[in-house]
Design a protein around this ligand. Structure first.
Ligand code: NAI
Ligand code: 15L
Length: 265
């Protein structure tokens, strides 16, 4: 198998559960971590339950790890304090630990909420300015920049995937543009782990949707070719009224309903 050991953080989460079996072909050992319970270790797995905010625990967690899929952390808007612990301190601990361990590559589950304050009438690429729509989005910007700093300083490579909406199917009309199928997510992770050189790459995690706000040409070195499209779910949203609706911020801005929240300091 290509890697001796890869680490998946956030293994008890929605995407972690989906990925647990799918990433097995890529490593002799898959180390799974989360602050929540992950059940028993199965064949070819190691389980390490810990809080990303616990520096000593994270330093141990990274020992012997060749590559990281970093999906752990808070995944929606919350007050600043918990975001700071899990997503800001957590990602700082992670990078320091992987530098100590000699780990060479990270795939970071960033989010569209790093750019959520851009309008849905714009098309963005990897060079577009970040425009976080929440403390959550800000913490993803921090994570992306942590990866950039550790690449410039130490040559540790990171692919930041600004995931759109990765669920079994789109839940609303916005997600027709942001949808990322589980198969395409898996393929994007595979490309991110195995492309020969990624440096510090920003890529938008989206399927081949008919409507898109994101242009991935600047990440073409990953070789990612999505196979799915949200179009097969179009029948779920028969309402053909204008999108974006000018009186509805959840359709005017890419971050959708995150625009309605916070900040709750
Ligand atoms: P989730 O909330 O289901 O999973 C996140 C996991 O991280 C949970 O199991 C949680 O226990 C764990 N976690 C939280 N705080 C922690 C801490 N302090 N220490 C250790 N573990 C901690 O979220 P989901 O949907 O599985 O997302 C996974 C990752 O992908 C997240 O980083 C999220 O921000 C990102 N993402 C997901 C999107 C989606 O559409 N599902 C869209 C954009 C980004
Ligand atoms: C995210 O970053 C969240 O983790 C996920 O729960 C969804 O809200 C997604 O973005 C989205 O924007 O649809």
């Amino acid at each position: 198998k290509p890697f001796k050991r890869i680490l998946l953080t956030g293994a008890a989460g929605g995407l972690g559960k989906v990925l647990r079996d799918r990433i097995k072909p890529w490593a002799e050992v898959v180390r799974l971590s989360d602050v929540a319970d992950m059940g028993e270790a199965r064949e070819g797995e190691e389980i390490v339950q810990c809080d990303l905010a616990d520096k000593d625990a994270v330093i141990k967690l990274l020992e012997g790890v060749d590559a990281v899929l970093h999906f752990g952390g808070i995944s929606t808007e919350k007050p600043f304090e918990p975001i700071m612990q899990a997503n800001i301190l957590g990602v700082a601990n992670l990078y320091e630990a992987l530098h100590k361990a000699g780990t060479r590559r990270v795939v970071f589950a960033s989010s569209n909420h790093a750019i959520g304050y851009h309008r849905t009438t714009e098309v963005l690429d990897a060079n577009s300015p970040t425009r976080p729509d929440s403390y959550y989005g800000l913490s993803k910007v921090f994570g992306e920049q942590m990866g950039r700093y550790y690449f410039d300083r130490f040559g540790i490579e990171t692919v930041c995937i600004r995931i759109g909406s990765s669920f079994p199917e789109p839940a609303n009309k916005r997600m027709m543009s942001t949808f990322l199928s589980y198969d395409d997510l898996t393929e994007l992770l595979r490309c991110s782990l195995f492309a020969p050189r990624v440096g510090h790459t920003i890529v938008y995690g989206q399927s081949d949707n008919d409507s898109t706000w994101w242009d991935n040409r600047l990440a073409s070195h990953l070789g990612y070719k999505p196979k799915d499209s949200s179009s097969k779910f179009a029948h779920l949203f028969p309402d053909t009224s204008e999108f974006p609706a000018q009186d509805d911020v959840t359709t005017m801005y890419q971050g959708g309903k995150f625009l309605l929240d916070g900040p709750q300091y």
